[in-house]
Design a protein around this ligand. Structure first.
Ligand SMILES: C[S@@+](CC[C@H](N)C(=O)[O-])C[C@H]1O[C@@H](n2cnc3c(N)ncnc32)[C@H](O)[C@@H]1O
Length: 263
């Protein structure tokens, strides 16, 4: 329990390569990949939902430890972890492995600072059918408890790459044949224009910047195109994940229309 509790600390997580998945939804998603789960802590008097998870854990041979509700609260980051927390192994993949599988749509978050945004970016990219999400630079890690929660299970659905070296990441992505599009509210070219030019239909990696500072101008310069989502009202910019939703869905739509047309 003491070891699990320390996983709230990023350094402890990265040294042990373990993190916590809290609550029935996250634990269910984790148990769908039993090799990822080290141990589950659950309340001594489980709800029906948690009892169902116990059956899944037993069937998969995953260790299950019953503890008091107060102990669950100590281990978990949430006030009400709903009686169950799993200790899981890191699941991020090497960039080269993901690029080797000929991805068509990647979301790259650069220096994402807010764990809620990191998790929601994963959820949004999952929903838009991205092949992977890259968290590049010095941002939060996807195993932050708030990020895990905000991903609503998507952390377990699509490959995640953690890549501190931003220029190296972009060079590798481009070498794999993806067009680099930098989402930037100040860009002169807007999303409708690139869509009309047919630039969204091919393999694409979208870059999204930090909540406060946006994308570094040097990264925007490296991209094949800087693209803005038009702002029709008075907002200065969109929230990072709102921008990602618009851009990724535009690409998903263009790619599926092209695939449909070719069939
Ligand atoms: C909250 S915004 C950053 C705002 C920051 N003040 C700036 O100078 O860019 C975070 C990220 O969301 C994306 N974004 C926000 N609004 C956008 C828009 N209208 N068009 C394209 N991308 C946008 C960009 O990738 C941006 O780096």
């Amino acid at each position: 329990v003491a070891k699990a509790r320390r996983l709230a600390d990023r350094q402890v997580r990265s040294q042990s390569r373990r993190f916590l998945a809290e609550g029935p939804q996250a634990v269910r998603e984790a148990l769908a990949h039993p090799s990822l789960v080290v141990e589950v802590f659950a309340a001594e008097r489980p709800s029906d939902v948690v009892r169902g998870l116990r059956q899944a854990a037993d069937a998969a041979g995953v260790a299950w430890t019953e503890v008091g509700e107060d102990v669950i609260r100590v281990v978990a980051d949430t006030v009400t972890p709903q009686g169950v927390v799993a200790v899981c192994r890191f699941l991020d993949r090497p960039l080269a492995e993901v690029l080797g599988a000929a991805p068509r749509l990647l979301a790259v978050g650069v220096d994402v600072g807010d764990p809620g945004n990191a998790g929601t970016l994963l959820r949004c990219a999952d929903a838009a059918g991205c092949d992977a999400v890259v968290l590049a630079g010095r941002g939060v890690d996807p195993y932050n408890p708030k990020a895990v929660r905000a991903s609503a299970g998507s952390l377990f659905h699509l490959p995640v790459i953690v890549s501190p070296d931003v220029p190296g990441t972009l060079a590798a992505v481009r070498a794999a044949g993806l067009r680099l599009l930098a989402a930037d509210a100040a860009a002169a070219t807007d999303l409708d224009a690139v869509d009309r030019q047919g630039l969204l239909a091919g393999p694409t990696a979208w870059l999204f910047g930090n909540e406060a500072h946006g994308l570094d101008p040097e990264l925007v310069a490296v991209a094949d195109e800087a693209v803005s989502v038009p702002l029709y009202g008075r907002a200065e910019s969109l929230n990072l994940v709102a921008a990602a939703a618009v851009c990724l869905y535009a690409s998903a739509r263009a790619q599926s229309l092209t695939a449909g047309g070719a069939a």
